[in-house]
Ligand binder design. Structure first.
Ligand code: SAH
Length: 254
């Protein structure tokens, strides 16, 4: 079933109105007709199962059939802190992180980031990243559109992460994945989890030390060096699986 996000004020008890770009999309791209089913979310964790009632010039009117808590959300808030990668890689990271269940993505400026974004460029990028977040949320059936934050400096990002139950910082020069497995397993038992991924050139040791001072735990992702765009997705995949397991069985594996 196709999913659409609407602002909260478009939702009345029995009727929802779709406005904006989605109207054209529904009419002319999907060519949907009255009587077809859609699911709507206004980002508050509820899913509205609706029937298209009326297709007008600028508004699609839906009748609400059932309202249920969004079933697709992980019961944990995962925040991915991704150091600015080169080229368009952030777009890929955002799209995949949202498919895998991340609640927020924070682009982070670190020492070895090569990309320099001035205010104007950053604004343009952010608009694009947020559009990608919205379409990934729709495609993967998320209950809300995960937030893509403005770019933060590493130190500010660590401070923001201070509110989370656990912070992990994958670092290729620390221990082994076998040792880190337990850290990741325990993280999956928490309500909120932050993951810091370095840029192509990695983190500097001083950054790892600063992160540790802020409570972040360095983890290894195995003996191979993963590209920056792979590393976050690898952690997210494992966390998503463990959290779903915990959710289904009431406990973590092992
Ligand atoms: N410049 C480094 C690699 C950086 S990889 C080098 O060539 O040696 C980019 C980021 O991905 C790293 O900062 C880290 O956060 C993560 N990463 C990649 N491979 C990893 C691994 N095996 N263990 C832990 N983190 C890893």
């Amino acid at each position: 079933m196709y999913r659409f996000f609407v602002p909260e004020e478009n939702v009345r008890e029995q009727e929802i109105r779709i406005t904006g770009d989605d109207v054209n999309h529904i009419k002319n791209v999907l060519r949907m007709k009255a009587g077809e089913k859609v699911v709507v979310s206004c980002g508050q964790g509820m899913d509205y199962y609706c029937i298209i009632e009326d297709i007008q010039e600028r508004v699609i009117v839906l009748r609400v059939r059932e309202t249920e808590p969004a079933v697709t959300e992980l019961p944990a808030r995962i925040v991915l802190f991704q150091a600015l990668p080169k080229l368009d890689k952030m777009e890929l990271v955002i799209q995949k992180a949202i498919e895998l269940g991340a609640a927020e993505v924070v682009p982070v400026r670190t020492r070895r980031c090569v990309v320099k974004l001035d205010a104007k460029k950053e604004e343009k990028k952010l608009a694009r990243w947020r559009a990608i977040a919205e379409s990934a949320a729709k495609q993967s059936g998320r209950g809300f559109i995960p937030e893509v934050h403005s770019v933060m400096d590493f130190r500010d990002a660590l401070e923001y992460a201070g509110q989370l139950d656990v912070i992990m910082i994958p670092y290729e020069l620390c221990g082994t994945a076998a040792e880190s497995g337990e850290t990741i397993r325990e993280a999956a038992g928490q309500q909120s989890i932050g993951i810091f991924i370095g840029p192509e050139g990695g983190f500097e040791r001083s950054e790892i030390e600063l992160a540790s001072d802020h409570g972040a735990v360095p983890v290894s992702l195995g003996k191979r060096i993963l590209r920056t765009e792979t590393a976050g997705l690898a952690v997210l995949s494992v966390l998503m699986f463990l959290i779903e397991w915990r959710n289904g069985r009431g406990m973590l594996p092992g």
